[in-house]
Design a protein around this ligand. Structure first.
Ligand code: HEM
Length: 487
């Protein structure tokens, strides 16, 4: 069989891909060597800016199938009938390290899901944890700076990590979660996913509900101890990627069952916890889990850069029947992601196959035009302004979700406190739920990090948070830190 011809970027045949063209046998190279120039120049441009957080990740395609009727709560079309299937793409990730970081580390995991619905793409950009470290987006850049590499030492610093938490008592719940057994998932297949925020659903009659999403792994939860993880990182730094890729290649398709907690909108104001505070959960006895459907991943991407690195998820990509809640963190995220995509991928990133809506063949129907790398034309003679007299696409007049009632004055307000709200109660509840062995491992993990902090006042402030969560929790962490520092 004759080989296909190697070509330049513009399609011309390449004569020699082993020897550069030179002036004479031993002389300098020629500027006219198109293959050499193009090859070196293209190579220089292979990298794009990595994600500022969640840089390291793995992705796969699959589908979501509705198993239970939720039409009383949302008129979202992709949830409209039992048995309805929607194509999805899911990108998992670690948070703090850079693109080349290891997978098996103590860190939350991203769980970013794109539903290619018939009414546009719906992105649910969550984590494997039901809560988060902070409750106001204005703190996010500081938080991330403290967890990523220090600009002077060039490495992650326990001093920075714990100094931030010393000033963020609201992080105690998520710190307890992260330092516990689920802090290092064995693989992406063996962890749950959560929407984490509260979102709004609206039904066909216009009634509003607040919802929290829970994707429970059908593979069972499996985690690694710090020692097991360190050993695995030494053997295969890309262990989560290896696991996901190979499982799907073997035909072992991971799946998750989606449940939601549903709160009628009228109950939000008087609920004992602020339902829009991302550092809090809703106990299941208040709002039980209701099953919605099944998510299955069954296809690996053909090209990691094109489909995983260039995947763009934005929490403000909603579809009719689903909308945001007033959770301040969510509100901040509604801006941050598409802004990151315009920087990292360019204004036309929604034209890339992994991001393009399948609902409208040929791409989005609107009056946005041009910009770098515009691949899709909008049809010959289509007008680029609106309104117009030429049958261009027009608005529906139907809001995607119900309006939210607001009151009061503008200002830099703290989050409203409900009757049972403080920074520590739920962290204490999580601690008290743990078995004795789990508590011991939690205490050892916290002490292992906190004991490396150089300043006593930072250690004291953190200890005060664990004491406030539960006196026994605080005492045990304090003793373990003291023992390690005396070593
Ligand atoms: C105000 C708080 C937050 C801000 C400003 C923020 C901002 C960002 C930015 C800029 C990116 C990179 C996006 C890209 O380049 O494609 C990102 C990625 C991500 N964030 Fe956040 N984030 C916040 C909180 C959260 C929370 C609370 C969660 C989970 C509940 C979360 C989950 C993720 C995930 C999963 C990704 C990776 C998405 C992907 O796979 O492409 N983030 N975030």
């Amino acid at each position: 069989m004759s080989k296909r011809v190697l070509t330049t970027e513009s399609g011309a045949p390449v004569a020699d891909n082993q020897n550069s063209a030179s002036a004479g046998v031993g002389g300098p190279l020629l500027l006219q060597d198109q293959q050499l120039l193009e090859k070196l120049a293209r190579f220089n441009r292979e990298r794009i800016p990595e994600r500022v957080v969640h840089a390291r990740g793995s992705g796969a395609y699959g589908h979501f199938e509705v198993t239970d009727d939720v039409t009383g709560f949302t008129h979202a079309d992709f949830l409209s009938e039992i048995g309805k299937r929607t194509e999805v793409f899911l990108r998992f990730s670690t948070v703090a390290d850079s693109l080349g970081g290891a997978d098996a580390v103590r860190d939350p995991r991203g769980f970013a899901l794109k539903f290619y619905t018939e009414e546009g793409n719906y992105d649910l950009v969550g984590n494997n944890t039901p809560v988060f470290f902070i409750k106001d987006p204005i703190k996010f850049p500081d938080f991330i700076h403290s967890q990523k590499r220090d600009p002077f030492t060039g490495k992650q610093e326990p001093d920075n990590v714990w100094d931030f938490w010393a000033h963020a008592p609201e992080a105690t719940h998520q710190v307890t979660w992260l330092m516990g057994d689920r802090g290092i998932p064995a693989s992406y297949r063996h962890m749950n996913g959560y929407g984490s925020h509260t979102y709004q659903w609206t039904n066909a009659s216009g009634e509003a509900f607040f919802v929290k999403y829970h994707f429970k792994t059908n593979q069972g939860i499996r985690s690694l101890s710090g020692e097991q993880a360190a050993e695995l990182v030494g053997k295969d730094a890309n262990s989560h990627q290896t696991d996901l890729l190979q499982a799907i290649e073997r035909g072992v398709h991971p799946s998750w069952t989606l449940y939601v907690q549903i709160m009628p909108a009228a109950e939000a104001a008087d609920y004992r916890f602020n339902p829009f505070d991302l550092t809090k959960i809703w106990p299941h006895k208040d709002y039980p889990l209701q099953r919605v459907g099944r998510l299955v991943l069954d296809r690996n991407p053909d090209n990691v850069f094109a489909e995983v690195e260039q995947a763009a998820f934005s929490p403000n990509n909603f579809v009719p029947g689903i909308g945001p809640s007033p959770d301040k963190m969510l509100q901040g995220r509604l801006f941050a992601y598409a802004d990151a995509h315009r920087y990292r991928l360019g204004v036309n990133h929604t034209q890339l196959a992994v991001n393009a809506p399948k609902a409208v063949p040929g791409g989005a129907q609107n009056y946005g035009r041009d910009g770098f790398m515009a691949a899709n034309g909008q049809g010959r003679g289509a007008k680029n302004y609106e309104p117009n007299s030429y049958d261009g696409p027009a608005e529906t007049g139907r809001p995607l979700s119900a309006p939210l009632a607001v009151s009061g004055y503008t200002g830099n307000h703290t989050a409203p406190l409900h009757t049972k709200d403080d920074d520590f109660f739920q962290a204490g509840e999580l601690y008290r739920l743990m078995s004795e062995e789990e508590k011991s491992r939690l205490v050892a993990n916290i002490a292992g990090g906190l004991s490396q902090v150089s300043r006593d006042d930072v250690i004291e402030k953190n200890l005060a948070h664990f004491h406030a969560a539960d006196p026994e929790y605080g005492k045990r962490v304090e003793e373990a830190v003291r023992a390690l520092r005396e070593d």
